[in-house]
Design a protein around this ligand. Sequence first.
Ligand SMILES: Cc1cc2nc3c(=O)[nH]c(=O)nc-3n(C[C@H](O)[C@H](O)[C@H](O)COP(=O)(O)OP(=O)(O)OC[C@H]3O[C@@H](n4cnc5c(N)ncnc54)[C@H](O)[C@@H]3O)c2cc1C
Length: 700
Amino acid sequence: MAKKEEIIEAAKKTAKKVAVKAAEKALEAAEVVVDKAAKAVKEATTPVITPEMAKIPAGPLELKWTNYKNHQKLVNPANKRRLDIIVVGTGLAGASAAASLAEMGFNVLNFCIQDSPRRAHSIAAQGGINAAKNYQNDGDSVYRLYYDTIKGGDYRAREANVYRLAEVSNNIIDQCVAQGVPFAREYGGLLDNRSFGGAQVSRTFYAKGQTGQQLLLGAYSALSRQIGKGKVKMYTRYEMLDIVLIKDENGEKRARGIIARNLVTGRIERFFAHAVVVGSGGYGNTFFLSTNAMASNGSAAMQMYRHGALFANPCYAQIHPTCIPKHGDFQSKLTLMSESLRNDGRIWVPKKLEDAKRLQAGEIKGRDIPEEDRDYYLERRYPAFGNLVPRDVASRAAKERCDKGYGVNNTGLAVFLDFSDAIQRLGKDVVAQKYGNLFQMYEKIVDENPYENPMMIFPAIHYTMGGIWVDYELQTTVKGLFCIGEANFSDHGANRLGASALMQGLADGYFVLPYTIQNYLSDQIGVPRMSTDLPEFAEAEKAVQDKIDKLMAIQGKRSVDSIHKELGLIMWDFVGMGRTAEGLKEGIKKIDAIKKEFWTNVYIPGEANSLNNELEKALRLADFIEIGRLMAVDALHREESCGGHFREEYQTPEGEALRQDDKFAYVGCWKYMGEDQEPQLIKEPLDYEFTERKTRNYKN
Ligand SMILES: Cc1cc2nc3c(=O)[nH]c(=O)nc-3n(C[C@H](O)[C@H](O)[C@H](O)COP(=O)(O)OP(=O)(O)OC[C@H]3O[C@@H](n4cnc5c(N)ncnc54)[C@H](O)[C@@H]3O)c2cc1C
């Protein structure tokens, strides 16, 4: 009897288990269906930016810019004198824009964080600037530069913008030569060129390894002329902390000024203008360790974003393959070894794991490995482009070798960049003439002679392709607010080709904005100068002051840098070179925790109303935390791999990036929905009219 009951009991238990399992399965299936339905609803209700909204001119690709210029509205010289423009930034984008707008007759107020416009981050640019001059007669053309850029960006850039960029590239070289920029010349006196990644022609103009410095000195001389004439009022050591919007007679908000902090006195000040142009650079320092200048930040971008400007493709960040590897926990900066070195330098790791181990243990040096035991993996995998594959491809290939254990350096996180072949072929003197300052820099940092032993390099965060969304006129979604240079979402799609950032910054500042901003300002000629006593200015200033007071009051236990370092590690581990859905979700949680830690436990010494470097850094870190999150959210939503955005779930069997053109051929723009609210996705479809999308191929 007892047995029968036991059997019944057991049967009941089994039935219950089966029923529970079945219910669980049904629930799971229902959840998948609900998830899919929610996704479909989201998809169907996601707002879309049309080509008309992006103001892309009609007509054939090669005539769009000409047509635009022929029909845009102009501002006559007398009216230009009545209009004020604020330009934030004195990098190549800001300085060229400020100088050009003043030369045209507008009154310009130009701001920068550094103590001289010449100290903007652009001065660090090393390798060169692209232009389709075809001086080498090697088959280059405007179309080819356009095509290489579109392809290099993994078909995620706007066709019309990229074509315009290629078109004006040649004007930039003429302009800079006229300014006296000392570009390298060949023996006969003609301008020299070298090659950069993603191109099979030599189209890069350069000034040793200091191209950014020389270009910036050119722009600075043009700017100085206007400062001297009183057309540019220069505000050095000022940091914009907010943008002021004022409603027009139709109730539409327009950018009418900024709130800035005098970094020397700590005073908060108000400035009016008829339009605001922001050229504040990229947000790579979100990762703490990057090749960017220490003052590079994403705060100006976040101020625009909070006022309704869309943040486009935040997850597109460039990891540069040739940087000096990290050497300790107390480092605050990484150093770039210019891509130009890949013209003559060959990248390799040992073929044998035991050699890699001996290198890591410091028992042997790179020069001790015989030729037959070296794996020139880029030449092996990508015969057509070899060492000059684009940066995203080269970085991933280095990671792949290091992940498999073939990396060198004591950490195993480095590969060799070797000039022994070039020295044999060209002689040490020629190599020194071309790259001498870079070799010297390497030796100073690593304490090893790169002429005698191959350099060690490793990928590092370097540039951000994402940024503030702008239309064809470089105007954001906020009227009267323009964004130029690296700060905008730019023309580079998901990956920027080497030597194309300087080209874009100067194109924006010298040759695009000076036209397009007039189309906006022509309607503003009747707007009088406004008083900075208006309530909108007072409110904006109060909000800035409140934020500073809140930060100063925390008086916690952690330095700004210690929290920033932690954020950087999270970014590198979860939002870095290889991303996964699981990792990104984890990363977002960790970033949220960092935000809490920052706002409760940061320690800022000193006073707010005087020079206070820690306060400056804290204000920037508050925004880096938000940007880091936005990058992760964007990376999570983009279920494909393209350019610098590599989702490990989406790769070919050979480990190459796998795009999903049917689902993600759009610019992912994010709209701010309020503090601690999830941002809203808005799409700008990239319907290619003139170019066929292909799988990127650098093999043959
Ligand atoms: C080491 C290195 C080497 C490079 N080499 C090359 C190269 O060879 N070729 C190439 O094409 N590209 C290169 N790049 C990329 C290129 O240098 C940058 O993309 C470009 O210089 C950015 O110029 P920008 O004018 O947009 O911004 P930046 O030069 O970064 O200037 C930003 C300006 O904005 C100001 N600013 C920022 N925030 C505020 C604020 N809140 N208030 C007031 N002012 C503010 C800053 O003071 C500064 O004046 C390199 C980058 C690095 C890091």
